[in-house]
Design a protein around this ligand. Structure first.
Ligand code: DX5
Ligand code: ZN
Length: 220
């Protein structure tokens, strides 16, 4: 079985000490940097944009997993590729021509991800799952860190896992929102491959240790 990944979300980092927090992730057992881009339209919050991402990319030495919570993401695919994105995830709910968007992301050499809001059914991906590298299941409503985990997520993971195997796809399952040591094990046991964790990592006293603990928990 391939190893399960942990992706700390920089949304919960200390922006006044961003380089320090990036170095912490660089030297930790974390696998990816999860970076949330919000436009204040698709979600009721604005996070950070290109100049901050450029600064992050300068210091980060691991996979850059970019989660776009923006309308009309097609406009910026090239820009994110130029800034060093490795995985670029768009929201299903923000794309009228999802197939075209995924092709455009891959044409820029990135892995293509699709995120689903809590109310969006797994079944909408039936005809496109083999084109998706990563499905990100939102386990909170997108827009803010620190919210509580929605329990129906386990049910969605099971359905997605079944769809992936029915279609013979190679898609990774990523879970985002309210992840902690309380649910991490059950999430991977249900079929998750990548866990995003923001507040749980950055609000803890020993961030590196917290990352190692979750990494051990999900790989044993
Ligand atoms: C929420 C973001 C998440 C957020 C998770 O819209 O997509 O990545 O940073 O934060 P926690 O782990 O605190 O729920
Ligand atoms: Zn996210």
């Amino acid at each position: 079985m391939s190893s399960k990944l942990i992706a700390p979300s920089l949304l919960a980092a200390d922006f006044g000490n961003l380089q320090r927090d990036i170095e912490m992730v660089n030297t930790s057992d974390a696998d990816w940097f999860h970076i949330d881009i919000m436009d204040g339209v698709f979600v009721p919050n604005i996070s950070y944009g290109m100049p901050v991402l450029e600064a992050i990319a300068k210091h980060a030495t691991k996979t850059l997993d970019i989660h776009l919570m923006i309308v009309d993401p097609d406009r910026y695919i090239k820009t994110f590729a130029q800034l060093g994105a490795n995985v670029l995830t768009v929201h299903y709910e923000a794309c009228n021509h999802l197939h075209r968007t995924l092709q455009a992301i891959k044409a820029e050499g990135m892995k293509a991800g699709v995120a689903l809001n809590p109310h969006t059914s797994i079944s909408v991906l039936e005809e496109i799952i083999t084109d998706i590298d990563v499905v990100l299941i939102m386990s909170v409503n997108p827009g803010f860190g620190g919210q509580s985990f929605i329990e129906n997520t386990y049910n969605k993971i099971t359905k997605l896992k079944q769809l992936i195997s029915d279609k013979g796809a190679n898609t990774l399952i990523e879970i985002d929102g309210g992840v902690s040591d309380k649910n991490a094990k059950q999430l991977v046991d249900s079929g998750a491959d990548v866990l995003v964790a923001g507040s749980f990592v950055f609000k803890s006293n020993n961030q590196k240790q917290t990352i190692s603990n979750i990494k051990d928990l999900i790989n044993n």
